[in-house]
Design a protein around this ligand. Structure first.
Ligand SMILES: NC(=O)C1=CN([C@@H]2O[C@H](COP(=O)(O)OP(=O)(O)OC[C@H]3O[C@@H](n4cnc5c(N)ncnc54)[C@H](OP(=O)(O)O)[C@@H]3O)[C@@H](O)[C@H]2O)C=CC1
Ligand SMILES: O=C(O)CCC(=O)C(=O)O
Ligand SMILES: [Mg+2]
Length: 731
C-alpha cells in the first residue's frame, strides 16, 4: 500500500464545468489501474468558506503538500478574483444560507479589519503563488504544434497605416524607479514611511529574508501616472482609435486595481471632479470600475444626473474598447475583465484591432502604464506591421522557462505594496537599522517591494540549461541590464550558468524587447527558441506566443517541477474562460478545450508510477498519451458553435480512444481485459452517445449558481448521455 495520490483540483468557471464531465472518466479508469485520485476544492467560493471555518482549507493543505516530494497535483485554472467578483461570490454564498459576512469596503473596527484581511487572502492571485513551489516549464507539445501547422488558424494582418500602438510611461514608473540589492546574510527587514512631518509609520515589520535573496523596491508616481493617462486619452482621441487599458489586476492584486482606478478617474475626469465626493460617500470606488459604479448610482438622490454625466463623458471622450458591446460592458467596467496576458495577444492576432461600442473593430491605443514589460507587445506589433502576420503553418515556437518559485518577484509583492497616504520617504531597513533601499514619495504614489530567493534562481537556471540541452534550442534570458532588479539577477545567472555544462548550447541574455525581436526573427524562419524569463514575462509570453502559434494557450503543456521533488501539473497556460460559462448557461454548449487536462494527466500518472511503484499508472500514462494523439488527429476538440461536439463530446472521444489503447496494450493483460468490453461498447455506441450529447444543446442550462454551482444540477448538465454513464459504471 502507498499513501501516494493524485490530487485533482476543483476550481471555477469553465474548467470546473469540464471537471464535472471529465473527472468521472478519469476516476473510473484510474481505479482499474490501482491509482488513487482525490479532489480538493480551491475555488474562490470554497476559499471564502474556508476563511470563515465553513469549509476545509484545502489551499493551505495543498500549499504544504507542494513543499513535499509526495506532491502530485493536477491544477486547473482558477479565478483570481477582483473585488467585484469577490462581492458577487459573497452574495451568492449568503443567498445559499452560508454565514459569510459582507465585504467591509472601509473597515473601521478591529472586527472589520479582521474580516477584510480574510477576504484579502482570497482576493486576486491567491492560489497560484501558494501552489507554485517550483519554476515553470510551459511549451507546446510537438503533436499540438504539428496540428497547428496543418490546421492553421488565422492571424489577421495589420492594415496599411495601422494606428495601433502601445502607450507606456517609460519614466516615473515601476521600471524607472526600481532599486535592488542582493543580501549578504540572513536578515529581518522592515518597511517604514517617514512622513514629511517627521512621523515614522511601519508599513511592514518582521520580514524574514535569506542570504543571497534579491530585494527590490520601486514606486509609480501618481502625479506622473495621471499626466501620462491624460496624454494617452488625448492621443487616442486625436488619432481616433479605441482607448483600451491592459493591466494584471489579478496577479498584481494591490497595485493594478489602484492603477485601474486612476484610469477610470482620468477618463471620467470631469465626472469625478464634479461628483467625486458623492461617489465616495456612496462607497463607489473607481478601482472597482463602471460595472460597480453605474448600478450603484440608482441608490443616490442625484444618481440619474451622475449617470448622464458618465454617458456624456463616454460620448465626448475617445471611443472605448468593449469587452461585450451587446451587454454594454466597456474596458473600464471590471478591473479583471481585461487581463494583459490574454487580451494583448488576442488584439495582435486580430490585426491590432479591438471591438468598439457597436461591436465593430478598430485600431487601438493599448495603454500599459508601467514600462517594465510593455515594450514586448510593441515589439510584436512593430514586427507584424513590418513583416505581416505570423503564419501558424510555418512559424517556429517560443516556449518558456519561468522564474516563479517561492513567490518570486511580483508574486511576493502583495503584502509589500502600498498606496502612500502621506508624502515622505519610504525606507527598507535591515535588523541593524541600515537603509537598504529608499524612495521619496508623494501622497497617492504606489510603492512596492518584491523578493526573489536564491534557491529558485538556481533551479530556474538549471531548468533553462536542461531544456536547452534536451531540445537543442537556444535559451534566451529576457533580462534588461539597465533595470535594477534584472542587473542583480544577471549576476546570479552568470554565476549559476558556470555550474552547468553549456558546451555547444546557445545561451544569451538580451533585454525583453531585443529578446522578443530575436525570437520573432527566428520564429519567422521556422526556428524554435526558449524564452527564459522572470515571473511576469512567464505569464505574458505563455499566452502571447501560444495564441499566435496555436490560436490558444489552452493546448499547452504546463509543468511545474516542484523544488522539493513533487510535481504540479497545470492544465494549459490560460485561465478559466468566463465567457464559456455564459454560453453554457444560455445554450447548454461548453466550448472549453480540455487538452490541457489531458496533457497534465500524462506526467501526473508517470510520476505516480515512479513514486508509488504502481505499474498500471505508467500504462495509463502511455495509453492516454497515445489517445491524445488520436484525439488530435481525429480533430475532436470542441467546436465554437452549437451543433458540433462540445467539451462533453470531446471527453467521450478521449474516453473511447483511451479505452481502445488500454484494451490493445500488452504491458498489462489484466487491464487490457478489463477495458476491452468498455472499448467495444463505446465504439459500438458512438453515434448514440454523440446524439445524446448533441440533443441537449440549444436550451438554457441550470447549474444552480456561478461561484458555487449546485453539484447535482451541474453533474446532470455535464453528464447528459445515459449510454456513456452506464458504460462507465459497468467498468
Ligand atoms: N492558471 C490560472 O489559475 C489562471 C487563471 N486565470 C484567471 O482566469 C480568469 C479569466 O482570465 P482571462 O484573462 O479571461 O483569460 P482566459 O485564458 O481564461 O480566457 C481568454 C480566452 O481564451 C480562450 N480560452 C482559454 N482557455 C481555453 C480553453 N481551455 N478552451 C478554449 N478556449 C480557451 C477563450 O477564448 P474564446 O472566448 O474565444 O473561446 C477565452 O475567452 C481570470 O479570473 C484570471 O485571473 C488566468 C490565467 C491563468
Ligand atoms: O495567478 C494568476 O492570477 C494568473 C496566472 C496566469 O495568468 C498564468 O499563470 O498564466
Ligand atoms: Mg497567464
Amino acid at each position: 500500500m502507498t499513501d501516494q495520490k493524485i490530487i485533482y483540483t476543483h476550481t471555477d468557471e469553465a474548467p470546473l464545468l469540464a471537471t464535472y464531465s471529465f473527472l468521472p472518466i478519469v476516476e473510473a479508469y484510474a481505479a482499474k489501474a490501482g491509482v488513487e485520485i482525490e479532489t480538493r476544492d480551491i475555488s474562490v467560493a470554497a476559499r471564502i468558506l474556508a476563511q470563515f471555518g465553513l469549509a476545509d482549507d484545502a489551499l493551505t493543505e495543498l500549499g504544504e503538500l507542494a513543499k513535499t516530494p509526495a506532491a502530485n497535483i493536477v491544477k486547473l485554472p482558477n479565478i483570481s478574483a477582483s473585488v467585484p467578483q469577490l462581492k458577487a461570490a459573497i452574495a451568492e454564498l449568503q443567498a445559499k444560507g452560508f454565514a459569510v459576512p459582507d465585504y467591509p469596503e472601509a473597515p473601521s473596527t478591529p472586527e472589520e479589519e479582521e474580516i477584510r484581511a480574510k477576504f484579502d487572502k482570497v482576493k486576486g492571485s491567491a492560489v497560484n503563488p501558494v501552489l507554485r513551489e517550483g519554476n515553470s516549464d510551459r511549451r507546446a507539445p510537438l503533436s499540438v504544434k504539428n496540428y497547428a501547422k496543418s490546421h492553421p488558424h488565422t492571424n489577421k494582418p495589420f492594415t496599411d497605416g495601422s494606428k495601433t500602438n502601445v502607450a507606456t510611461m517609460g519614466d516615473h514608473d515601476f521600471k524607472a524607479n526600481e532599486k535592488s540589492v542582493t543580501l549578504a546574510q540572513d536578515d529581518t527587514l522592515s518597511i517604514v514611511l517617514e512622513t514629511a512631518s517627521g512621523a515614522s509609520k511601519a508599513l511592514l515589520e518582521g520580514l524574514k529574508v535569506l542570504e543571497g535573496e534579491i530585494i527590490d523596491a520601486t514606486k509609480m508616481s501618481a502625479a506622473n501616472l495621471d499626466a501620462f493617462l491624460a496624454n494617452a486619452i488625448a492621443r487616442a482621441k486625436a488619432e481616433d482609435v479605441l482607448f483600451s487599458v491592459h493591466l494584471k489586476a489579478t496577479m498584481m492584486k494591490v497595485s493594478d486595481p489602484i492603477i485601474f482606478g486612476h484610469v477610470v478617474k482620468a477618463y471620467f475626469k470631469d465626472v469625478f471632479a464634479q461628483y467625486g465626493d458623492d461617489l465616495a460617500a456612496a462607497g463607489l470606488s473607481a478601482n472597482d470600475g463602471l460595472g460597480t459604479i453605474l448600478p450603484g448610482l440608482d441608490a443616490l438622490a442625484n444618481g440619474a444626473e451622475i449617470k448622464a454625466a458618465f454617458e456624456k463623458a463616454l460620448a465626448d471622450g475617445p471611443r472605448l474598447s468593449y469587452v461585450n458591446s451587446d451587454r454594454g460592458i466597456t474596458n473600464l467596467h471590471v478591473p479583471s475583465d481585461v487581463i494583459v496576458d490574454a487580451s494583448m495577444p488576442a488584439m495582435i492576432r486580430n490585426g491590432g484591432r479591438l471591438w468598439g461600442v457597436d461591436g465593430g473593430e478598430d485600431d487601438t491605443l493599448a495603454v500599459i502604464p508601467d514600462s517594465s514589460y510593455a515594450g514586448v507587445f510593441q515589439a510584436v506589433i512593430e514586427d507584424c506591421k513590418a513583416n505581416g502576420p505570423l503564419d501558424p503553418a510555418t512559424i517556429g515556437s517560443v516556449s518558456n522557462v519561468g522564474l516563479m518559485a517561492q513567490a518570486a518577484e511580483e508574486y511576493g509583492s502583495h503584502n509589500k505594496t502600498f498606496e502612500i497616504a502621506e508624502a515622505g520617504t519610504v525606507r527598507v531597513l535591515n535588523a541593524a537599522g541600515d537603509v537598504l533601499l529608499e524612495h521619496d514619495v508623494e501622497a497617492g504614489d504606489i510603492w512596492r517591494a518584491c523578493q526573489t530567493k536564491d534557491i529558485p534562481v538556481q533551479d530556474w537556471v538549471k531548468l533553462a540549461v536542461n531544456r536547452a540541452r534536451a531540445s537543442q534550442q537556444p535559451a534566451i534570458f529576457w533580462l534588461d541590464e539597465s533595470r535594477a532588479h534584472d542587473a542583480e539577477l544577471i549576476k546570479k545567472v552568470n554565476t549559476y550558468l558556470a555550474d552547468h555544462d553549456t558546451e555547444g548550447l546557445e545561451i544569451r541574455i538580451l533585454s525583453p524587447e531585443l529578446a522578443c525581436s530575436y525570437s520573432l526573427e527566428r520564429m519567422r524562419k521556422g526556428e524554435d527558441t526558449i524564452s527564459v524569463t522572470g515571473n511576469v514575462l512567464r505569464d505574458y509570453n505563455t499566452d502571447l506566443f501560444p495564441i499566435l502559434e496555436l490560436g490558444t494557450s489552452a493546448k499547452m503543456l504546463s509543468v511545474v517541477p516542484l523544488i522539493n521533488g513533487g510535481g504540479l501539473f497545470e492544465t494549459g497556460a490560460g485561465g478559466s474562460a468566463p465567457k464559456h460559462v455564459e454560453q453554457l448557461v444560455n445554450e447548454n454548449y461548453l466550448r472549453w478545450d480540455s487538452l490541457g487536462e489531458f496533457f497534465a494527466l500524462v506526467p501526473s500518472f508517470e510520476k505516480y508510477a515512479e513514486q508509488a511503484g504502481v505499474a498500471g499508472a505508467q500504462v495509463l500514462a502511455d495509453t492516454l498519451d497515445a489517445a491524445t494523439g488520436t484525439f488530435l488527429n481525429e480533430d475532436r476538440s470542441p467546436g465554437r458553435k452549437l451543433g458540433t461536439i462540445d467539451n462533453r463530446g470531446s471527453h467521450f472521444y478521449v474516453a473511447l480512444y483511451w479505452a481502445e489503447e488500454l484494451a490493445k496494450q500488452t504491458a498489462d493483460a489484466d487491464l487490457a481485459a478489463a477495458f476491452a468490453p468498455l472499448a467495444k461498447s463505446l465504439r459500438e455506441n458512438e453515434s448514440k452517445i454523440v446524439d445524446e450529447l448533441l440533443a441537449v444543446q440549444g436550451q438554457p442550462a441550470d447549474i444552480g449558481g456561478y461561484y458555487y454551482p449546485d453539484a447535482e444540477k451541474t453533474s446532470a448538465v455535464m453528464r447528459p448521455s445515459t449510454t456513456l454513464n452506464e458504460a462507465l459504471a459497468a467498468l
